[in-house]
Design a protein around this ligand. Structure first.
Ligand code: 3SL
Length: 247
């Protein structure tokens, strides 16, 4: 297969600058939305309905869905689930459909919906994801969820790690994949320590959320790749081909 192109959008507020409708968009919110989604499917959740707005999530809850809601790092009152990957390891969630809204991650997913395919990326499934992308003919855009429209380090580091993993099959289209890749290669032996000064790690620590951080920064815990089918995230089956994505 000929080399494809890879680009990185560092925050959803810059997405209007990118042609992404004919690409596979990898949405990434390392701390913690896309790490939770990966964990959820690895532990048997059937589907996730990601919604940007709290009210939309509340309505789905009223319709009987199990619902998870996070704003500014904390669980929103009245919802069953928070945004910790450990909450999604609960065997009671096996086979269930869960409505989810988070501050940045679900917003990034809903902004990507016009693309041919939206897949969920995290360190937890990075090798499975890289292998899938290598097998597809499409160009790729990695969309970092960031924080309220701003750049963040952890999503950009993941973008660098994925660009590095894809370097033999993809050429960087502009400078953001290169910058992310340089950053990743510079700190890859000690990502947890490097991120200690980052704004969201400090925010989560202030909230007493410590163990999620290290877990979300661990590579290759799972093989699952969640992808968007209509309005729902589901788990990609093996032998999945591009034509079925988003079908
Ligand atoms: O912004 C988001 O979507 C969340 O992942 C943030 S948090 O890690 O749950 O605080």
């Amino acid at each position: 297969m000929a080399k494809r192109k890879i680009d990185v959008c560092l925050t959803p507020d810059l997405l209007h600058l990118y042609e992404f409708k004919d690409r596979i968009v990898v949405v990434v919110d390392i701390l913690r939305a896309t790490s939770c989604m990966t964990t959820a499917f690895a532990h048997g959740v059937k589907e996730i309905i990601p919604v940007a707005e709290l009210e939309e999530c509340r309505k789905l809850k009223e319709q009987g869905f199990i619902a998870a809601a996070e704003r500014n790092g904390s669980k929103v009152e009245g919802f069953e689930l928070d945004n910790s990957p450990f909450s999604y390891m609960n065997p009671k969630l096996k086979g269930k459909s869960i409505a989810v809204t988070t501050t940045n991650g679900t917003l990034a997913i809903s902004k990507s919906k016009e693309s041919v395919a939206v897949v969920i990326g995290s360190f937890l499934n990075i090798s499975a994801l890289a292998n899938f992308l290598k097998s597809q003919p499409q160009n790729v855009l990695i969309l970092c969820a960031g924080w309220k429209g701003k750049f963040n380090l952890e999503d950009s580091l993941f973008a660098g790690a994925l660009t590095e993993a894809l370097k033999d099959d993809f050429d960087s289209e502009c400078d953001s994949p290169l910058a992310a890749q340089y950053l990743y290669n510079y700190v890859k032996t000690d990502i947890v320590n490097f991120l200690q000064k980052s704004s969201h790690v400090k925010r989560l620590k202030r909230l007493g959320i410590e163990k999620d951080i290290e877990f979300c920064l661990t590579s290759d815990q799972y093989e699952v790749i969640p992808f968007l089918k209509g309005d729902k995230l589901i788990k990609m089956e093996s032998n999945f081909t591009y034509n079925q994505v988003g079908a």
